[in-house]
Design a protein around this ligand. Structure first.
Ligand code: GLY
Length: 336
């Protein structure tokens, strides 16, 4: 019997955090729209959710105004260290026909994941995360070992300086002068809450496959060697038979609350929009931090929420086409 075809859908985020300079907002919007059009084109052509989220995130990594790939913030030593992850849940029948190896199964879905942490020498960390998923027995690889693996699978290594934009260098100098960020004191911790630009995407395709991808340069003021939620399956990225999620914001809070996994599992009982709002509320109650979340369920329904000053998303579905939104934050007070 032929499988029913799903309606494809895709949503991407460009990070939650401060609003950033007003003069950059039109270009940030253009960057989001170009990325979502790329992913939407893949889905319209019956491409996979995995292809769509990786292409969308890679386009944002290539854009210098997003804090991922080229454009990443610098760590306390003045260097780029990037994290990225991808997760893919494919209906078992589709996975069997593609012959791909999976990390785990539910009754109906075959699930795989890949991630990289603290890499400095690849232009598109999300592509390396995908290579870890598809060509290694592992899920998470870090630092020089991940870069050596990149070379083995044919991903070109660049000099670390090639990943540093003049904008990122200027911001690093200004922050260092202002906050004495090399000490992990109160000023450095406060500074960590004011970045933006982590990128992510979630999608469902015509075959009912579901994917999530996230990529970041981390938080401002981060120490050399710090790894955030975007490298961690379950924290910054998750995909499962119910749906997929990608997070942005203060990574330590997202890790503590296993934000993406909790949200995706909650899709069993509620719509993506209700789940996204409740997940951010619970994160606020638990940590008082700032974060944002995008979600999609297996029917292609979309949800998003954040409690930062600013967050932008772009979305595609066959009914609404391609759209861009600056999202208002939800109430930020901790509940008693
Ligand atoms: N959410 C990005 C990070 O904390 O690294």
């Amino acid at each position: 019997m032929a499988r029913a075809r799903n309606l494809p859908a895709l949503v991407a985020h460009g990070g939650a955090g401060n609003a950033g300079p007003g003069k950059e907002r039109p270009e940030r919007r253009r960057g989001m729209m170009a990325a979502i059009r790329l992913g939407a084109g893949i889905l319209r052509g019956n491409g996979s959710a995995l292809e769509a989220v990786v292409a969308t995130v890679a386009a944002l990594e290539d854009h210098p105004l997003f804090n991922a790939g080229y454009g990443s913030l610098l760590n306390s030593e003045g260097n780029v260290e990037m994290d990225a992850s991808v997760m893919y849940a494919e209906p078992v029948a589709v996975a069997a026909s593609s012959g791909k190896r999976a990390h785990t199964h539910t009754a109906d879905y075959s699930v795989s994941a890949g991630a990289v942490a603290a890499v400095s020498r690849v232009r598109n960390p999300i592509m390396l995360a995908r290579a870890v998923m598809e060509h290694s027995p592992h899920i998470l690889m870090a630092g020089p070992g991940a870069e050596s693996f990149a070379r083995k699978v044919g991903i070109r290594l660049v000099r670390p300086e090639e990943m540093v934009t003049e904008r990122a260098r200027e911001r690093w100098r200004a922050r260092k002068q202002q906050a004495g960020m090399l000490e992990a004191g109160a000023a450095a911790r406060a500074a960590m809450g004011h970045g933006h630009g982590t990128v992510g995407a979630v999608a469902v395709d015509v075959n009912g496959a579901i994917a999530a991808a996230t990529s970041t340069g981390g938080v401002p003021g981060k120490l050399f060697g710090r790894v955030g939620d975007s490298a961690l399956i379950g924290a910054g990225t998750f995909a499962h038979a119910f749906g997929a999620a990608s997070a942005t914001g203060q990574g330590e809070a997202i890790i503590l609350t296993a934000l993406c996994r909790e949200a995706v599992l909650a899709l069993a009982d509620a719509t993506p929009q209700a789940v996204a709002r409740e997940a951010i509320r619970e994160m606020i109650d638990a940590t008082g931090a700032e974060a944002g979340l995008i979600l999609i369920d297996g029917r292609g329904r979309i949800g998003y929420a954040h409690n930062a000053a600013s967050m932008q998303v772009a979305r595609y579905d066959p009914a609404g086409g391609v759209q861009h939104l600056w999202l208002a934050p939800i109430a930020t007070a901790r509940r008693p």
